[in-house]
Structures are given as C-alpha cells and as structure tokens.
Write a protein that binds this ligand. Structure first.
Ligand code: SAT
Ligand code: MN
Length: 610
C-alpha cells in the first residue's frame, strides 16, 4: 500500500457547504492532484493563471495595445471540436435517452469513468469553480460547481459564466448545485514535462440526467470542457425544463426596435456555426431599425405571470466561431474583441502578436498558423481551424441590451428556427400555428459544420438545432414543446409566433441567393410586420411565405429573380423531403406525438403527395 497522497489545500476551503465539501474531498481523493485551488473569480486570479499558462507555453500573450489582456491558444490537433460520438446521456432507463443520443447505464459509466479519473490529476492542480448560469439575483439561481485540472478552463469559465466568491457566498450551506467534473486526463509523473495542450485520446462527455451530474474526461475543447455551457445549460437544463415546465434551447436572444420605437424580443435557433453570433449582433441595413444583443447561443424560456414566454441568457460570455467574422460581417463582434480580455483558440497569430483568421480581409505576408507552423498566403491550408473560437465577455458587446442581466428575462414575440440548406427551404416562412411551428422545428435540417468532429456538409435533421444537446428522448422533447403550446391559464395566444428561415439557399451555380448578415434585418422587419398583422404573404404548403414585394428591398443590390428563387417553395424539392421526414419520424416510434404525424399528413395533402 502506498501512503495516501498529500493534497495541499484539502483542508482549507472558503465554504462550509457540506455537500460541496464532501464532493470536493471525494474527487480529490480519487484524482489525487498535487493541490486544490478554490477559484475566486478575481482579476488577480486571472492574471496569475494566464501568466502560468504563458510560462507553460499553453498561451501566448497578444499585443497589449491591439489586444489588451488577451491571449492566443492552440489545442492539440485532435482536440478541436465537440465529440458527439463520445457524448453520453446516462439515464437510468435507456428509453429516456432516445435514438438521437448515445446511452450507457449510469452505474456502468460511473464505474468506467471512475477508473479513468483514478489518479488522473497527478502532478496537476485541481481547481474548484463555483458558477451560476443566469443572473445571480434570480429567484432560484442556477448554481453549478466545476472541478477541473485545466487552468485554461478556469480562465474560459471566468469569461463565460458568473463565477467565484460571490457565487460561493450566495450558495450558502444549502444551495443545490450541479456538480460538473472535468479532467483533461493527462496525469504527470514526477519530473515529467507537461505539453502545451494536455488531453487524452480517451474521451467521455457524460451526463446523468436524474442526478443532474456531469462527468467529462479527456478533452480541453470548449463544448467538452466548459461544462456550464452545452452540458449544463442545454443537456441537463433541458431535462430540468421537461420536469418543471420550461425550455432550455440553443437560441440567441435579440432585441429589435422599429423606427417607431416599438420593441420585440426574438429568439432564434440555428445549429452550431450557422451564424447565431452574427444575427445576435446584426447591424440593420434598413434605416431606423435597431438590434441589441442579449445572448448568442443559449436561451432559457419560462412562462411569466402574464402568460408570455420570457427568455434569459444563462451565459456571461461569447464563444463564437472566428473565421468569417470581420468588420463587414459582424462589426459588433470585432468591437467586442477589440476591448480585450479575450481568449483566441486555434486562430492564426500575426508576427506583431495580433490574431488573424480567414475572412478577416487581406492576409498578412506571414502568420503562425493554428498548428504553430509558418503560414503564407501561398499556403494550401487554412491558417485558422474552421472551428477556431473567440471567447470574450458579453459585457464588452457595444450593443448589449441593458436587460441582459434582468433575472426575469425578456418576453419573446417570435421564435426563428434556421438551418443551412442549399435547396428546398425558403428564405423565411411563418408557421400556421404553434403545432405547425413545432413540426418545422422537429424537422429542421442543416448541413453539418466544423463545430463537431465528423464530415462537414452532410444534410442531417437537427431538431430545434438541439440534436447534440437534448438531454433526453427527442420524442419526449417534441411532446414537451407541444405541451408548452397550451400556454398557462388559457394564455396560449400570448405564445411567440414561429418562423423558419434559411439564409443559405443557393442558385444552380452555387451562388448564395440571399446576401445574409446585416441584410437579414429585412427578414426581421417582415417577421415583425407579421406579428403586427401587417406583412403580406402567400399561403404555401409549408406556411406563410412573403413574395419579393412583401419584403423591404429598398437599396438592396440583388436581382429580384434571386430573391424570388430564395423564397420559392418548390413542390419537387418538398416532395423529395417527405420520405426523409417520414424516416426521421419513424425513429421515434410511439414517442413521436401523434399531432406531428398529422402535420406530416397535412403537408402531404397540401403537396398532393400520397
Ligand atoms: O463548442 S461549443 O459547443 O461550445 C459551440 C457550439 O458548437 O455551439
Ligand atoms: Mn452553440
């Protein structure tokens, strides 16, 4: 028997929360770190950790004038995105996991991962991060505590969440919290030198919905390691929402003000890397309209006393796809980043210690690429990984709506579902009613992107843009959405109207039919006009679709023929879609709400498909 390891700090702790202390002790004894640090979220802590990461070669400090207090990170080339194959929903009953998730019995997963965790923090520091998703002054603050052996994760969590001493104090001795355990899975033997990006080839991202626990092992990449984000705020929170009557969704939240000063709040779901951050910070090209940002990735929506659906952004930072972001496509993101205090991961670095990525204007003559190699414009590879990311405080966004921190959230007028489709899906359509909107969401499809490991550009169904994030059976999730449509106390008419958008439709030669970005304000204007009973539309088999003349196209330099193609509902394309939807629905067996089969039948009837 070896003597039990001495773990510095095991008996010093800034809380007396018994469950938290017992859990931290248990994990420390299992993972045997050299020491434990309770994170306080202070500026000093950030300065200390980033300095340590610079010394270790994990971060490079960027130019203090151009990029104040900002750092450049490169991951291991194998650890660049979410790993959906290695992501598990460990419900007690396999039937609660469903066909869209990977399942393992909780006891089996815990046994397996306990062996992986045994001694996995050897030679490292274990950090304890108390955090809160959503405002700390909420009626029921949504606490979590992440244990991690990665200082990069601590620095990122400080940007992405409300964390530190305030949170621990607010938790007192009794608050419930989601325990979220993370290790890069790379213990160090005495004297062994560390690598800049430790990780393991064995990866598990596991969720235990009944006990509201998260266990992540082997990856340092954002979606796998910043456990407040997808793991808590979507997978675990979706289960909480199912049980408690609310929705945890993969949606941005924006505030739209029309020239008369009337405000509408809009939530919009798109798969990862389909422009949520750009839409959330859009600069309208039509005069007099204003967009302000509340969130770019996640919305928690609960009914208010008035029967309306109110949305809160549980996050505190932006974790956006870097390539393609520039002064033309998203000036507000560029301004957010120019304020500093940001982490950049897997982008390229310029010789004067700034960052660069594809889409950011002319490339410099020389760069250090995301592999750490020399790069010139003649290179046949991209300089930045397609899923490279910026991580920046949301409070630096110059168009942040003041309500972003209101624990009551904002009342949502419209929900947009969107995907990336070259064909079939018109630029915008409005659902006939809530159930039809749920059908649009449940059958949402999109071409895959680099945000997850795997082939890019393949069309897959991505219901409500939540495919990788639903923490339970997708059939039950659809049922929950249908049930939400009943509203509270007979207030179903106060629910948001649902729209389906596609900015990515292409012409025969592959050109985009719609210019997107700031021009999407024209679609938002039509959405608002529809809400106010004004906008023109024709009724098509797939919902209400504007004609070109129903959109404000003033000053838009796009041939009307292209707009018409973007708006076209082609019976041949939709007829081809029907068997795919049928096959998709068949997956869910008895769990698929019958009303969704009825919606499909009604669509077939409208298309004259038998
Ligand atoms: O990498 S994350 O999962 O955090 C971002 C995304 O894919 O939406
Ligand atoms: Mn996302």
């Amino acid at each position: 028997m070896t003597a039990p390891a001495v773990i510095a700090g095991l008996d010093q702790h800034p809380t007396s929360h018994p469950r938290l202390l017992a859990w931290v002790r248990q994990i420390a004894e299992l993972t045997t770190p050299d020491s434990i640090v309770w994170c306080d979220g202070s500026e000093d802590e950030w300065t200390r950790l980033t300095a340590e990461l610079v010394t270790a070669g994990s971060l490079v400090r960027l130019d203090p004038v151009k990029r104040p207090n900002s750092f450049w990170a490169r991951t291991d080339p194998s650890d660049v995105a979410r790993v959906e194959e290695r992501t598990f929903i460990c419900s007690v009953d396999e039937a609660d996991c469903g066909p869209t998730n990977n399942w393992m019995a909780p006891s089996e997963m815990k046994q397996l991962m306990t062996e992986l965790y045994r001694g996995c923090m050897r030679g490292r520091t274990m950090y304890v991060i108390p955090f809160c998703m959503g405002p700390l002054d909420a009626e029921n603050p949504m606490f979590g505590v992440e244990i991690t052996d990665s200082a990069y994760v601590v620095a990122s969590m400080r940007i992405m969440t409300r964390m530190g001493t305030n949170v621990l104090e607010a938790m007192g001795e009794t608050a419930d919290f989601v325990p979220a355990l993370h290790s890069v899975g790379a213990p160090l033997e005495p004297g062994q030198a560390d690598v800049p990006w430790p990780c393991s080839t064995t990866k598990y991202i596991s969720h235990f919905p009944e006990t509201r626990e998260i266990w992540s092992f082997g990856s340092g990449y954002g979606g796998n390691s910043l456990l407040g984000k997808k793991c808590y705020s979507l997978r675990i929170a979706s289960v909480m929402g199912r049980d408690e009557g609310w929705l945890a969704e993969h949606m941005l939240i924006l505030k739209l003000t029309n020239p008369a000063g009337k405000v509408h709040y809009i939530a919009a779901a798109f798969p990862s890397a389909c422009g949520k951050t750009n839409l959330a910070m859009l600069e309208p090209t039509i005069p007099g309209w204003k967009v302000e940002t509340l969130g770019d990735d996640i919305a928690w929506m609960r009914f208010g006393d008035d029967g309306r659906l109110y949305a809160v952004n549980p996050e505190y930072g932006l974790f956006g796809v870097a390539p393609g972001t520039d002064w033309k496509t998203n000036p507000n993101a560029m301004r957010t980043l120019a304020a500093g205090n940001s982490l950049f991961t897997n982008v390229a670095r310029t010789d004067d210690n700034d960052i660069w990525w594809e889409g950011m204007g002319e490339p410099p003559a020389h760069l250090t690429d995301w592999h750490g190699d020399d790069w010139t414009p003649d290179s046949d590879q991209v300089s930045s990984h397609p899923n490279s990311r910026f991580c920046a405080p949301i409070t630096q966004c110059p168009i942040l709506a003041p309500e972003y921190d209101d624990p009551r959230g904002v009342p949502i007028s419209a929900i947009l579902f969107g995907g990336r489709r070259k064909t079939t899906i018109p630029l915008v359509s409005q659902s006939r009613d809530w159930v039809h909107g749920v059908f649009q969401g449940a059958t949402l499809s999109s071409e895959t992107t680099a945000a997850a490991v795997g082939q890019v550009g393949v069309v897959r169904r991505d219901p409500m843009a939540m495919l990788p994030f639903i923490g339970y059976h997708a059939g039950d999730y659809f049922r929950h959405w249908i049930a939400m449509g009943k509203g509270v106390d007979g207030n179903a008419d106060k629910l948001p109207s649902i729209f389906y958008v596609n900015w990515f439709r292409r012409g025969d030669d592959g050109r985009f039919l719609w210019p997107g970005f700031g021009e999407n304000s024209r679609v938002l204007k039509w959405v608002v006009e529809r809400l106010e009973g004004e906008g023109g539309a024709i009724e098509t088999p797939v919902g209400f679709v504007p004609r070109a003349q129903d959109l404000d196209l003033t000053g838009l330099d796009v041939p009307t023929a292209d707009i018409e193609l973007a708006l076209e509902v082609r019976p041949d394309e939709w007829t081809a879609e029907i068997p795919q939807i049928t096959e998709w629905f068949d997956k869910f067996g008895d769990k698929l709400p019958a009303v969704l089969w009825s919606e499909l039948d009604a669509l077939k009837a409208r298309l004259n498909v038998t």
